[in-house]
Design a protein around this ligand. Sequence first.
Ligand code: PLP
Length: 347
Amino acid sequence: MIINIDNLLRDNIKNIVPYSTARDESKGKKVEIFLDANENPYNTALNRYPDPKQQKLKEKIVHNQQISIKNLFLGNGSDEVIDLLVRAFCTPGKDKIMIHPPTYGMYQVAAQTNDNEVVKINLTPDFQLDVEEILKQSNDKVKIFFICSPNNPTGNTFKVTDIERLLTKMNAIIVVDEAYVNFSEKPSWTKRLLEFPNLVVMQTLSKAWGVAGIRLGMGYASERIVQVLNSIKLPYNLNTLTQETAINVLDNIEEYRQKVETIKAEREKLFVELGKLPVVQKVYPSDANYILCKFNDANATYDYLMQKGIIVRNRSTQPNCENCLRITVGTPSDNEILIKHLRVYFI
Ligand SMILES: Cc1ncc(COP(=O)(O)O)c(C=O)c1O
């Protein structure tokens, strides 16, 4: 199928003229006195507006990757990327998004906020995409399919061949949310960007990079999609502190590697230890920094851990997740305390 992004876009978005900031107009010119943006002239290090194009940060992010800046959009967390995609492609009250429960909750919130129906195709019992059902239920109203891989909360990565099939068979934007990809051994879909005009890959600095507090998410996509997202974002969506901190964090690659390796090693330990507990029925393998675990009684176990001052995520109401808790991998000491309490808990 030949996919034309403009045929998927909302009509009012196709030719939108982005807000031109004062900074955009002064860019590239030799200016010493800035009297164009109604800023306060006295230097506080933050008295000037941030770079709306986030040039330096983007260069840092694509450095060492075979990706052009034209294929990169930056958002205030990947949550902003989700929201902008829905608003760019889905006409309120008319278009739909598709998701695969159990999955990350923000896709549905973004769609409902924009008055778009959510088509839900549950994962199969072994937590894979139900490709036949997805294709059966796609139609010209379904504009975006959000695939979360590695999936939150199940922790697994979906089959490459299934995603390839959806990318070529669905006349829709296929978003692969890779928030947890840095904890996985499987390759990122960013490497396949040029093959699929309808592919959007999302990543974030919130997880492996350890800076959820600065709010920085990446959307990798074809040039046209990035251009559209840039034209509808708030002009200064990434503040100066975020841009500067992100550049520093990305420079500190050794620290990042060490933390990711420790978390992965702890995940494997936790997987084994959880599996030995009498209160545990099943531990699901994970490519992420959390483990989904089926207990004899998830609600009682959740309350017990809470009494011990430990909070985990109760996912037991999600499809195919009865009695399941999602446990984030903590520090070695966090994990030890968790296991110590669970060892003496019988239900
Ligand atoms: C799958 C998934 N995508 C996106 C996000 C949000 O990421 P960000 O902090 O970049 O908004 C999360 C956060 O938990 C997530 O689990």
